[in-house]
Design a protein around this ligand. Structure first.
Ligand code: FES
Length: 107
């Protein structure tokens, strides 16, 4: 049974995602990239709004991820576009840590 939208689901344990690392999970048929930044965990949809590229496979620097296809950049904390050619933000999902569990709000 699929979790309801808005429900928090455990996607990893604390320690599973290295600092500045990422883990991609599928939640309700949506690919979600969960990033470990210096101030916590953040989740965005792993689909570039420019042309569907796998954003999380790109370079992450200072909380900004660069799509490997054509170089669009997104702020991982907010989803906003930092650099063209993307013009629309990527969806973000809330992340919380409960005990040892990293949990993401389901799309
Ligand atoms: S698909 Fe991501 S920049 Fe084009």
């Amino acid at each position: 049974m699929s979790p309801a939208a808005g429900e928090f689901v455990t996607v990893a344990k604390v320690g599973d995602i290295a600092p500045n690392g990422v883990k991609v999970v599928r939640l309700n048929d949506v690919l979600v990239a969960v990033f470990h930044l210096d101030d916590g965990y953040y989740a965005i949809e792993d689909v570039c709004t420019h042309d569907g590229g796998p954003v999380a496979e790109g370079c992450l620097e200072n909380g900004v991820i660069e799509c490997p296809r054509h170089g669009a950049q997104f702020d991982v904390r907010t989803g906003r576009v930092v650099r063209f050619p993307a013009t629309s933000p990527v969806p973000t999902y809330a992340v919380r840590v409960t005990g040892d569990d990293i949990q993401v709000e389901c799309p």
